[in-house]
Design a protein around this ligand. Structure first.
Ligand SMILES: [Zn+2]
Ligand SMILES: [Zn+2]
Length: 301
């Protein structure tokens, strides 16, 4: 192994713990191979999947499965309601403690920090299904758009220019930089509370299913379903994806008007995240949910 390789591997290891650790030479490598899988960095991601096989060791465990389902629902709500609709699109308002609380819950989903997530997502909307869209299935194929793109060093950093509005909060920057902390604390807490069954079902299985459910919006929601609006991308509406992701499956609606807090534009388009946000608004926890303009509802293109 040559010396530059050692340096690079060490830096990749550091990245497990510190998302802002500098990797010498990374820029040159990235520029020449944006589709290279950075194996050292993605070891934890692979191990998360392998750990799911632990269900064959701990077996069926009713309480642990209920914990897994509850954590799927709570964290999917935090990802769709806050990582996506709040941090990425600012589609409603929340106090600083509330935004931090839901950033914490979102961070426990092990989908990196809120600034990283929002920065990539804002770029997705600006360049959807063009060569500049790093997770477009029509440009890069299903698997790359589903999860390949997150294994490339080119997509590891957070482009702070995209999220200046969020980067001014040091607590959010901290969560974003040390994005491994919250998932590890959740895993440890589950182990302390319920041993191996809680850890395997409640953390590993729940987190991996949650991860792939979320990723389906980048991959399948640009391939499967119907198109109400003739948007400049391949986004589609799918009832099945909306159920899996608590409302994100109405992705063609969302690309037509990303600034709205609701993605199911009509009553029959089930959008559980939106019902949750309405509930939080009724409790006074969040406010000013942005509606879909009437002109958008009336038009179909
Ligand atoms: Zn999209
Ligand atoms: Zn969006």
């Amino acid at each position: 192994m040559s010396r530059p390789d050692r340096t690079s591997r060490f830096a990749a290891l550091l990245h497990w713990f510190d998302a802002e650790a500098q990797e010498p030479g990374a820029t040159a490598a990235v520029a020449t191979s944006p589709k290279r899988v950075e194996w050292t960095r993605v070891v934890p991601f692979i191990l998360m999947h392998v750990a799911c096989l632990g269900v064959f060791v701990v077996g069926w465990h009713g309480t642990a499965v209920l914990v897994a389902i509850a954590l799927y629902l709570i964290r999917m709500f935090a990802i769709t309601g806050f990582y996506h609709r709040y941090f990425s699109h600012r589609s409603f308002r929340a106090s600083r403690p509330v935004q931090f609380l839901f950033a914490l819950v979102g961070a426990s989903a092990a989908q990196r920090g809120p600034l990283w997530w929002a920065a990539h997502h804002r770029k997705h909307h600006r360049h959807a299904d063009t060569p500049l869209d790093v997770h477009s299935p029509s440009e890069h194929g299903f698997w790359w758009s589903h999860m390949g793109w997150i294994t490339s060093a080119v997509n590891f950093p957070t482009d702070m220019r995209e999220v200046r509005d969020l980067a001014k909060y040091p607590e959010l920057r901290w969560l974003n930089r040390f994005d491994i902390v919250v998932p590890v604390l959740l895993a440890l807490s589950l182990f302390v509370l319920g041993g191996w069954p809680f850890l395997i079902w409640g953390f590993f299985v729940s987190t991996v299913v949650l991860f792939h459910g979320t990723c389906l919006i980048n991959s399948l929601a640009h391939q499967m379903g119907s198109r109400r609006y003739d948007t400049d991308d391949d986004s589609r509406n799918s009832f099945v994806l909306a159920l899996i992701t608590l409302g994100e499956g109405w992705h063609n609606n969302h690309h037509r008007f990303p600034g709205s807090a609701r993605q199911g534009f009509f009553w029959w388009e089930v959008d559980i995240t939106y019902y949750g946000l309405k509930f939080l608004q009724a409790l006074g926890i969040i406010r000013d949910l942005r509606p879909v303009p009437a002109r958008v509802l009336r038009s179909t293109s």
